[in-house]
Design a protein around this ligand. Structure first.
Ligand code: GLV
Ligand code: MN
Ligand code: MN
Length: 419
């Protein structure tokens, strides 16, 4: 095993985590799965090695903590507010190995680097259990629990196999009625600082390794259900058809046109057709929709236009289109206090004379939820070609080296300010 806290150790641990996957040929680790439990076990061991005491909370997030004096301490110990470092351990299907995991492993490495060093606050590291939301449709479940924003309405959301969130909790060994215990109190927190790959091409285009984040864009996610009529593919002339899939296809292309015109991002990432037979006209099509905008107002105005386009298509094709909103997160501004610390860390690590770059993040992050209970800040690390949510996701060890230095320096800058 490489020496803990080094760049090689960080890279190796990101590799290790790929073992905990639902599929032998690809990385997929969703909330409350056996792989989630296995990843938590691996991360717990690394946290212990870094001098942290550990605990899995009531929503399956894994936490580690040391006191201000530097001794291992039970996560959530009241009376000594903690700076929280971390990211998430769940993945999308056929994922890369750095989205989320890099931030958790870097946080453990930073804790190790500061091991035994007195700080004016306790230090906690968290591996959030669900940021992606790919299993139940609702994203940020782990950090919503940790920030006391659990909504009882989520319990009945189900996965592709019909397992509800409530059942999945019980199977994982978490009593659903205790989820409130995961909530952290603002008085116990100094801030939440996350390192994450950029998931876009800006740093590469600018030939820069690192940036701080200014704002995290808010997302809305929907399931759109188109209902037509399933009939014989041979016996039904076109003018008698109410084809749900063709209507959905029109809607999908309209969504892209409208999003482009609005300067927003819209993605239909999944489609399910029923009855799903080669010689039956589709009677029902369900598509997912993910919407993002630089501002919540832009994004919401786009949704209004998409809903209107849906009504028009439904009228024209004799189908109905219904929607369910599965996730909504407002955009989140990073706290200037934390962004300043991250920028100072970047300056120190990269020894450049120019000001560090600040970027807005179209991708969602756990900080969006944590902002309800504490200030949040983020450090972005360049990823090759901006590729993410794909197995080709890649970070250069040289950039990770700089990220480790910048992250550590950012924590020390906050410590300096707090003294
Ligand atoms: C998370 O990666 C998201 O932005 O969907
Ligand atoms: Mn992701
Ligand atoms: Mn992520």
């Amino acid at each position: 095993m490489t020496a803990i806290g080094t760049t090689a150790w960080v890279m190796d641990r990101c590799d290790d985590l790929t073992r905990h996957s639902a599929r032998p040929d690809a990385l997929e680790r969703v909330y409350l799965s056996p792989e989630h439990a296995a990843a938590n076990t691996a991360v717990r061991a690394w946290m212990l090695d870094a001098g942290l005491d550990t605990e899995t909370d009531a929503a399956g997030n894994i936490w580690g903590r040391r006191s201000a004096a530097g001794a291992p301490q039970r996560p959530g110990t009241p009376g000594e507010p903690a700076l929280v470092l971390g990211s998430h351990l769940d993945t999308v299907p056929d994922a890369g190995r750095y989205d989320g995991m890099l931030g958790v492993v870097l946080a453990i490495a930073v804790a190790h680097r500061l091991r035994g060093q007195a700080l004016p606050f306790a230090l906690e590291v968290v591996g959030f259990s669900d940021e992606e939301g790919t299993r139940f449709g609702k994203a940020l479940l782990g950090s919503c629990a940790a920030s006391g924003q659990w909504d009882e309405a989520w319990w009945d959301q189900s996965d592709a196999d019909g397992v509800t969130l409530r059942e999945a909790f019980a199977r994982f060994g978490l009593p659903p009625d205790r989820v409130g215990d995961a909530a952290r109190r603002p008085a116990d927190l100094v801030g939440y600082l996350e390192a994450h790959i950029e998931q876009g091409p800006v740093l590469q285009d600018r030939d820069l390794p690192l940036a701080y984040v200014t704002t995290i864009a808010g997302a809305r996610r929907f399931v759109l259900t188109v209902t037509g009529e399933a009939r014989h593919a041979g016996g039904t002339p076109f003018d008698r058809r109410r084809d749900a899939l063709v209507a959905a296809a029109h809607l999908v292309t309209r969504i892209e046109e409208l999003a482009r015109a609005a300067g927003c991002l819209a993605t239909v990432g999944d489609i399910h057709v029923e009855p799903g037979a080669v010689n039956v006209i589709p009677g029902r099509a369900e598509v997912t929709l993910d919407l993002r905008g630089r501002t919540d107002a832009d994004r919401d105005a786009l949704w209004d236009r998409i809903a209107a386009a849906g009504r028009e298509i439904a009228d024209g094709r004799g189908v109905t289109i219904e929607h369910t909103e599965t996730h909504r997160a407002p955009s989140t501004a990073c706290a200037p206090r934390l962004s300043r610390a991250v920028a100072a860390g970047i300056t120190k690590a990269t020894t450049t004379s120019s000001d560090p770059l600040g970027l807005w993040s179209p991708a969602g992050h756990d900080g969006m939820a944590m902002a309800a209970v504490t200030d949040v800040g983020m450090l972005f690390v360049r990823c090759r070609d901006g590729i993410s949510h794909h197995p080709d996701e890649h970070v250069d060890p040289e950039d990770v080296d700089l990220a480790l230095d910048a992250y550590t320096a950012a924590v020390l800058a906050l410590a300096e300010e707090a003294r």
